[in-house]
Write a protein that binds this ligand. Structure first.
Ligand code: SAH
Ligand code: DHB
Ligand code: MG
Length: 246
């Protein structure tokens, strides 16, 4: 009896290890095939450790997804909130035509300088700009530069709902809004979190999933499926008038 239970446990563990190995293999090979990093992208990653910055950039496959979405929407103007070392900025800017524009908002003076250097090294300084300041103070000035064809939200998590309000103001029907970290190990889906970031991400997820102005999906595409991006297409920027009978 006990021996059988021990055997079952061992088999189960072995299967879990094999799944984990297969997952790592798939991730490595898919990255190699679809999202190989060139020198400029590797330099943006190296800049993190060199400047004592956290390695919380998007994965190569997520970066590639951002580039694909930019190209698919024919983006000419992109807004990013949260530049870090400019890693995702490079992927995004690479979806732009030569006369396109990426504006990336970054609260840290140091991160902003590192991101600018990364974009310069990637030969994208002609179309990509980093503005230093807190996004909530910089966003109002962007009204005159709207509409943006793609907005990528990846900064302080408690502000995600606020950034969604701004994204809806700064886009047009057909624009795409992407937000990172919308799964975070499931925390946003659990009720009553102690973590204000998880609570705000939950609000973000619920809003993009149900807002009639948006058509959205969440993709488990990071941390072995434990994290991922929410992707929304803007159907309309106007809140539909509520039916009198509803
Ligand atoms: N998008 C980057 C990672 C961003 S990490 C990449 O994938 O390469 C989050 C960044 O948001 C950090 O650099 C942090 O300094 C910045 N940030 C945090 N709060 C912010 C705010 N209020 N306004 C603008 N940027 C902010
Ligand atoms: C954190 C932030 C991110 O945007 C991310 O992708 C991963 C981690 C963080 O603040 O810990
Ligand atoms: Mg992130």
């Amino acid at each position: 009896m006990a021996a059988q239970h021990e055997q079952d446990t061992q088999n189960e563990l072995q299967q879990l290890r094999e799944r984990e190995q297969a997952r790592a293999f798939i991730d490595r090979e898919a990255t190699r095939l679809f999202a190989p990093e060139d020198e400029a992208l590797r330099a943006a990653v190296d800049a993190l450790s060199q400047n004592d910055m956290p390695a919380i950039q998007v994965s190569p496959l997520q970066g590639r997804l951002l580039q694909v979405l930019g190209a698919a929407s024919g983006a000419r103007k992109i807004l990013e909130i949260g530049a870090l070392s400019g890693y995702s900025s490079i992927w995004l800017a690479r979806s732009l035509p030569a006369d396109g524009r990426l504006i990336s908002l970054e609260v840290s003076e140091k991160h902003g300088a590192v991101a600018r250097a990364s974009l310069e090294r990637a030969g994208l300084a002609d179309r990509a700009e980093v503005r230093v300041g807190s996004a909530d103070t910089l966003l109002p000035a962007l009204v005159s530069e709207a509409p943006f064809d793609l907005v990528f939200i990846d900064a302080d998590k408690p502000s995600y709902p606020l950034y969604l309000d701004w994204a809806l103001k700064l886009t047009r029907p057909g624009s795409i809004i992407v937000a990172d970290n919308c799964i975070r190990g499931g925390a946003p889906f659990r009720p009553q979190s102690e973590d204000s970031g998880a609570t705000a991400l939950g609000e973000y997820d619920r809003r993009v999933a149900t807002d009639p102005r948006l058509l959205s999906v969440v993709l488990a595409n990071d941390e072995g499926g434990m994290d991922g991006v929410a992707i929304s297409v803007v159907l309309t920027n106007e809140m539909p008038a509520r039916s009198e009978h509803a």
